[in-house]
Design a protein around this ligand. Structure first.
Ligand code: AMP
Length: 307
């Protein structure tokens, strides 16, 4: 049940209305791999960091048995850095600064041992790099892809090329409107699925997520949390939990059916709900399997009614 996570590995500067922190370990691939590590053994990671990425940060991956053979260290530059500020409701944020650092000249090299990966989660990164990774591996069973407004606005043509190769796209509601040019999410979903991904997940922040698969739409709830410290990485944790749950089901001999997809959406939501409970990756580093299954059951119970 091999799973490959691709994306940024970063230092984040995060401001919420209540706290401000600098140099927090983050990045899409970081959150994806950490979330997936609770579902599959030794998820693999492809990304790049600079000379400023110390052993204490590598230790975070090693502690969760994440395979970092594909994490390049480019000593000529600095690790990707993102700065963001959350608004009072914590649902919206402004990107204050993006420093590509070593990502500006990054050319991903997929190690030989990664080329048979069955499940691939393409996290937020330049879509041309996402595609470049796919050209180096044998056709996986499932390719899941995440992107964001930064790339929709700056690299739309590259993104459309990558989307032709993708099975499942995960984006938020604002990004779905931007990518499709349509304000209605059902119409937007139809337009985006025509670009390539057969399955589409539209995340709606504290309002849950919509799964468009086959001819059906599934509406997953969001977990009503009392304390949200830092929403950073929630989307990537969702993607890691979702892909990890599918890889785990596949390893257990389950077909990737509509129901398997629905359950994976709830596992993705479960991992996202944990992620926001502490700053950066703190909560994802210390989870236990019973906590995950309890929260998953709570998710299932949220919209269950007796007829
Ligand atoms: P999320 O909150 O799940 O949307 O993702 C937050 C993470 O995305 C942060 O840890 C950032 O380092 C990373 N990130 C922000 N902007 C970009 C970008 N343009 N490309 C790649 N990663 C990014």
């Amino acid at each position: 049940m091999s799973l490959l996570a691709v994306g940024s590995v970063a230092f984040d500067n995060i401001e919420t209305p209540f706290e401000k922190r600098a140099d927090v370990l983050g990045g899409a691939a970081t959150y994806i791999a950490l979330a997936a590590s609770y579902f599959v053994d030794a998820p693999k990671l492809v990304g790049v960091v600079g000379a400023d990425f110390g052993e204490e940060n590598l230790q975070v991956f090693k502690a969760k048995k994440i395979d970092i053979e594909g994490l390049q260290v480019d000593a000529s530059g600095k690790t990707f850095r993102w700065s963001g500020r959350y608004h009072y409701d914590m649902n919206s944020r402004d990107t204050l600064d993006t420093q590509l650092g070593v990502f500006a000249s990054f050319s991903p090299v997929v190690p030989h041992a990664y080329q048979q990966s069955k499940f691939v989660c393409l996290g937020n990164i330049d879509p041309a790099l996402q595609k470049h990774v796919l050209t180096q591996i044998n056709r996986p069973k499932l390719i899941v892809c995440d992107t964001m407004n930064f790339w929709i606005e700056s690299k739309l043509n590259d993104l459309k090329e990558t989307l032709k190769l993708v099975d499942v796209l995960i984006i938020n509601d604002g990004e779905a409107r931007l990518l499709s040019g349509d304000p209605n999410l059902v119409k937007a979903a139809r337009l985006i699925r025509a670009m390539g991904p057969k399955t589409l997940i539209i995340k709606k922040g504290e309002h849950g997520a919509l799964l468009f698969h086959g001819d059906t739409i599934y509406s997953a709830p969001a977990f009503p949390l009392e304390s949200i410290y830092d929403p950073t990485g929630a989307g990537d944790s969702f993607a890691g939990g979702f892909t990890g749950a599918l890889a785990k089901a596949d390893a257990a001999g389950e077909a990737i059916s509509e129901m398997t997809m629905r359950k994976a959406v709830l596992y993705g939501s479960t991992m996202a709900s944990f992620c926001v409970e502490k700053f950066g990756t703190e909560r994802l580093q210390e989870l236990t399997p019973p906590e995950i299954s309890d929260r998953y059951q709570a998710f299932c119970a949220l919209s269950k009614i007796d007829e």
